[in-house]
Design a protein around this ligand. Structure first.
Ligand code: EPZ
Length: 433
């Protein structure tokens, strides 16, 4: 059955929310987990659609996957029989291409469907392939598949032409059991890169420098079992920070690493919100209308592209003219037309959105164009006058765990109901008065 969110705006968010494990770290970690024949236990796994698809992809090649609970899984890679990841998995989730690096690293052979573009832009993987070739692998692309194999992988010096999260993780996976030393220069520095490296190290890998732009990997002959807890999700936390500020609420966001949120905190403070940092929590509150600013998305520690639609939504309600420049993905302004239907005044010129702040939004029937844009539209709906329905929430559920429950826990008037179900719609309206 297809579902939608129904939201009645106007309620400031109050209270506490707990952030789940980082989806994008988990995707790399699940792929890495198959690289040992021992059992690996992973905790703080977010219970979101992308993770469940990745677990199915891992099961489909023969690995043993045992769910210990919604946030905990045991994986054993000794039962793998198939080294092919088909287009069906890749189509559902691009990051299943991490199994290319993991299988190549472990078995020196892998065949994975070539991912196409996606909702946020054309997404080449030339840097991943360049890395595998530098390690001595043969890589052929034919019949829509990437086929890669090698008698022996040997460490090498790899300079990435652009900072890529995916290529950095895939090369770490492929090289951690290669002969000798690999150096990745111009590596991505995102928190999830560090988490994947820490996890591999907990399995016996020797990776140093993750979190800087130069990662050094000394190949080890084998990896062993491990028990590991994934870091909190920086983007889920950031989304709740924006929601708190946009609704002029006061929210304590628990289970975060405040350092990972700095780019977002700094911008919120600059436009007039209050952000208080604790050891593993942040409190965000805002009282009046916020101010304008300039944002440019950049690789970590810059402002994350995955927070671009959310901050643009907030700025669309703030005073004055703001600009938001998207420098990572070319197709990440597809939510602007939906926001315009709610009353936003945003003009997109190339990769820059010029935002004239308006005093308020009004509810409308809208549709989520992708994961982060979908979350941004939910925030817009929570501020809008009247009712908003958000369709295509399967995008949002790819990366946000129990989004409607967590929001409702903060006082948002939001529910998940079947699409086109007048009875459920009326029930919601009656319930919230
Ligand atoms: C990761 O995507 C995230 N996905 C994305 O999160 C995130 O938006 C992105 O990093 C940027 O932070 C996962 O971690 C699973 P990149 P990834 O390789 O690895 C270009 C979300 O909402 N490039 O860092 O695919 C590329 O086109 C998602 O959770 C090449 O040209 O991103 C882009 O312009 C969506 N060649 C830039 O580099 C390559 O070989 C950065 O991409 C690789 C990348």
């Amino acid at each position: 059955m297809e579902y939608q969110y129904i939201i009645k705006g106007g309620e400031p968010l109050h209270g506490e929310v707990t952030i789940s494990g980082a989806k994008n770290a988990a995707l790399g970690i699940l792929a890495a987990a198959i690289m040992t024949d021992d059992t690996v236990t992973i905790d703080n796994l977010p219970d979101v659609r992308d993770i469940n698809v990745m677990l199915s992809a891992i099961e489909s090649i023969g690995a043993t996957v045992k769910r210990l609970g919604p946030h905990s899984v045991q994986i054993n890679g000794s039962t793998i029989t198939d080294l092919t990841i088909d287009y069906d998995s890749i189509r559902k989730i691009r990051a299943s291409y991490y199994l290319l690096g993991a299988l190549l690293g472990k078995y020196k052979k892998a065949t994975v469907a070539l991912p196409g573009g996606c909702d946020i832009g054309s997404r080449p993987i030339d840097q991943h392939i360049k890395g595998f070739r530098a390690l001595g692998a043969t890589v052929n692309i034919e019949y829509g598949m990437i086929d890669t194999y090698s008698d022996q992988l040997t460490g090498n010096h790899i300079y990435l032409d652009m900072v890529s999260v995916g290529a950095t993780i895939n090369i770490m996976l492929a090289s951690c059991m290669a002969e000798g030393r690999t150096v990745i220069e111009n590596a991505a520095k995102e928190p999830h890169i560090v988490d994947v490296a820490n996890f591999l190290n907990s399995m016996g890998a020797d990776i140093k420098g993750a979190g800087t732009d130069k990662i050094r990997i000394n190949g080890v002959s084998t990896l062993h079992g491990s028990e590991y807890a994934i870091i909190p999700d920086q983007i889920e936390a950031g989304t709740f920070m924006i929601a708190a500020a946009a609704t002029r609420g006061n929210v304590l966001i628990n289970n975060v690493i405040p350092k990972h949120l700095e780019a977002i905190s700094v911008k919120l403070i600059e436009i007039g919100a209050t952000v208080e940092e604790f050891d593993d929590a942040v409190r965000v509150c805002a009282t009046g209308r916020l101010g304008h600013t300039q944002i440019k998305t950049l690789p970590y520690p810059g402002f994350p592209t995955d927070m671009q639609p959310q901050i643009a939504t907030l700025l669309a309600l703030s005073e004055g003219t703001s600009t938001v420049t998207e420098s990572i993905f070319e197709n990440r302004f597809r939510y602007v037309d939906e926001l315009a239907r709610m009353g936003a005044n945003i003009k997109v010129e190339g990769n820059v959105a010029i935002i004239e702040g308006v005093a308020g939004f009004t509810g409308a029937a809208i549709s989520a164009p992708d994961l982060r844009a979908g979350a941004a539209l939910v925030v817009a709906a929570m501020v809008a006058d009247g009712y908003t329905t958000v369709d295509s929430i399967e995008y949002i559920e790819r990366g946000y765990e129990n989004f409607e429950t967590k929001m409702a826990g903060l006082g948002a008037r939001m529910a998940k109901i079947p699409v086109d179900n007048e009875k459920e719609l009326q029930k919601f309206k009656l319930k919230i008065g």
